[in-house]
Design a binder for this molecule. Structure first.
Ligand code: CU
Length: 467
């Protein structure tokens, strides 16, 4: 839901279409402030050149007003509260009430004017990542422009010269401001049919971002460089990330930008996709190949496309397994095979909250109702139709349905599997003792028997930092 200010902006849009007076257009456009982390319906362009709008996962598109042929947006850099998932709110910095800020959608050739008001306690700028523009509009504080001081509004103006997938983020105190959630998505739609840009039935976009928020606290640690503990899409963690709901047979595009400090191999189940665009624009069809996982490196954007022709609820996630769990997973020691019997009571005398974790693996954590500090997400969570999903972080579901209507983005609920198509428990005779193979197979090199023992000095490599 949007606030009254958005209602006023809506009125401004109507006025811009017809009867507004000059004084109103000389004023700043009303910023639209978003209070919800839900996925907004696509914004069909009310003015300007027509295009097929995108859907921002757990986000929305900024409305604009037309002013003498110029598309005007107003971004407000400000402290925000963002629900990361039900049960956890983070105090971040963002734009217009949320982190990330609103997606900006324009058409190739549009003249765009963006007002940026700084309501942060320190200076900022916005860099328009990937755009062709005049050098003084590129937003690197100190290099291309003076910093925008707190309380001031600056104006950026340029023509969106090439169609594609872009991002925006500060280029001022960058490590802090990005760690606090300041970023947004930008899509420039092609002006006319483009040989390398297909028309699609669904066009989703989201940013990869990451935070380091101690369990029980609200504000990210801003000096973290690599050891983040919340891996998010558009500042949401599973089960807070909405599903991608599509109709069977749809051509689906997903645009992904990476503003974390590490790479993310994005994996979709049940389908093969192609990378149809990068940060540099659409790829040539003869350069494309099918994949089920594509790596999105730091600072990159990838645009993938596929035909959703397999019905079901298909997992879609980052394939780094520590990126599909939430904060608690990062400090749990490996306990598999450790016999704790008799120890727990002794430890609890010293540490009353001590819990036995992980001696049979960590799957128990997905179901455990353990007491958590306030404002903390379980490490592995989410309930599916068959029980605990045991995920967190960068995970969601692609829902492909025959009965989903064109243009309907509502969640259809869980997939109802046709009879006989779900993995099932074997009910026949118990497994006989398996025959164990000899490690030295027929074609392997035979072990040499005997010989004198050899002494070796082994030095472990230095512990490697990071991911
Ligand atoms: Cu990842």
């Amino acid at each position: 839901m949007t606030t009254r200010r958005s209602f006023l902006a809506g009125a401004g849009l109507l006025a811009a279409a017809g009867t507004v007076n000059r004084a109103a257009l000389a004023a700043l456009p009303e910023p639209v402030i978003q209070t919800s982390a839900a996925t907004a319906a696509p914004l069909t362009p009310p003015t300007g050149r027509p295009y097929d709008p995108v859907v921002t996962l757990n986000g929305w598109t900024a409305p604009w007003r037309m002013n003498a042929g110029v598309k005007e947006f107003h971004l407000v850099a400000e402290p925000v509260e963002r629900e990361i998932a039900p049960g956890m709110v983070a105090r971040l910095w963002g734009y217009n009430g949320q982190s990330p800020g609103p997606t900006i959608e324009v058409v190739e050739g549009d003249r765009v004017r963006i007002f940026v008001t700084n309501r942060l306690p320190e200076h900022t700028t916005i860099h328009w990542h990937g755009q062709r523009l005049p050098n003084g509009m590129d937003g690197v504080g100190g290099l291309n422009q003076p910093q925008i001081p707190p309380g001031k509004t600056f104006v950026y103006e340029f023509i969106a010269r090439r169609p594609g997938t872009f991002m925006y983020h500060p280029h001022a105190d960058e490590m802090v401001q990005m760690a606090m959630g300041m970023m947004g998505f930008w899509v420039t739609h092609p002006r006319e049919p483009h040989p390398h840009i297909a028309r699609v039935d669904r066009d989703f976009c989201f940013l990869l971002n990451a935070y380091d928020i101690e369990p029980g606290s609200y504000v990210p640690k801003i000096n973290t460089m690599l050891e983040f503990n919340l891996w998010t899409w558009n500042s949401r963690a599973f089960p807070g990330i909405d599903s991608l709901n599509v109709r069977k047979g749809d051509r689906v595009r997903v645009r992904i930008g990476n503003l974390t400090m590490t790479n993310h191999p994005i994996h979709i189940h049940g389908h093969e996709f192609q990378v149809t665009g990068t940060d540099g624009g659409p790829t040539r069809p003869e350069s494309r190949w099918p994949e089920v996982t594509t790596d999105v490196a730091v600072g990159q954007m990838r645009q993938i496309e596929f035909i959703a022709d397999e019905e079901g609820d298909w997992a879609m996630h980052c394939h780094k397994s520590h990126h599909t769990m939430n904060a608690m997973g990062h400090d749990v020691p490996t306990m598999i095979g450790v016999d704790h019997r008799g120890l727990v009571e002794d430890i609890q005398k010293l540490v009353p909250d001590y819990m036995l974790m992980g001696e049979r693996g960590m799957a128990d954590m997905g179901e455990m109702e353990m007491p958590l500090p306030d404002n903390t997400l379980p490490m592995m969570t989410g309930q599916g139709p068959f029980g605990a999903v045991e995920m967190g972080g960068m995970f969601t579901v692609l829902k492909v349905r025959r009965e989903q209507k064109p243009g309907d983005y509502r969640d259809p609920g869980w997939f109802r599997h046709p009879k006989g198509t779900v993995a099932y428990e074997w009910a026949g005779a118990a497994l006989p003792e398996p025959a164990r193979g000899d490690a030295a197979g027929a074609s392997s090199m035979p072990r040499t028997a005997g010989g004198p023992p050899v002494e070796m000095a082994v030095r472990k490599p230095t512990r490697h930092q990071g991911h």
